[in-house]
Design a protein around this ligand. Structure first.
Ligand SMILES: [Zn+2]
Length: 175
């Protein structure tokens, strides 16, 4: 799976009227959770040549530790009154957790789910960045998921009338 789809898929789930009406979500935290595993693991691969693009952040270990980290930071901010008062105390951490969980689900089965508690083989092949970009534009499956992502964004913008900065802000932060 590739970036646009990873962001669009969780957002589109919360556009389903039944879910949208009942569940309050912090979309900013949702989006960060939904792309963070790739941002960190791709950076580790492209810059430090560690793992194979699905590394330590594509694990259950990351899922729980990152959630705990966001939870603690959010609690500290909440008690120092720096956190957004519109959200309840669990809104940001839970939204983030939903984002990371959906990312891992979309990448299944080829992720090292139980790393570092189980051994996995990570084989960098060489020109990963080039291969990765090539795959987005030439593999029909990846290309179609990215096009789906793009169409989803257009739908989300129109459906929520996100034509002003204020509208985008309240879409991302409030609910
Ligand atoms: Zn990934």
């Amino acid at each position: 799976m590739f970036p646009l789809f990873h962001i669009a898929f969780p957002l589109i789930i919360f556009e389903i009227p039944y879910i949208k009406k009942r569940v309050k979500i912090n979309r900013c935290a949702l989006i960060i959770g939904a792309i963070l595993p790739d941002i960190i693991d791709k950076a580790l691969l492209f810059i430090f040549r560690l793992g194979d693009g699905r590394y330590i952040c594509h694990t259950l270990f990351f899922l729980f530790t990152s959630f705990l980290f966001v939870l603690v930071i959010n609690k500290l901010l909440f008690y120092t009154k720096l956190s957004n008062k519109i959200n309840n105390i669990y809104s940001i951490p839970i939204s983030f957790l939903i984002g990371t969980s959906i990312h891992l689900l979309l990448d299944l089965p080829s992720i090292p789910l139980f790393f570092p508690f189980m051994e996995y083989e990570f084989v960098p092949t060489g020109d990963e960045l080039l291969l990765w970009l090539k795959r987005i534009f030439t593999n029909p499956f990846y290309l179609s998921t990215e096009i789906f992502g793009l169409i989803s964004f257009i739908f989300i913008i129109l459906n929520n009338k996100l034509y002003t900065f204020k509208a985008v802000w309240s879409y991302l932060i409030v609910s």
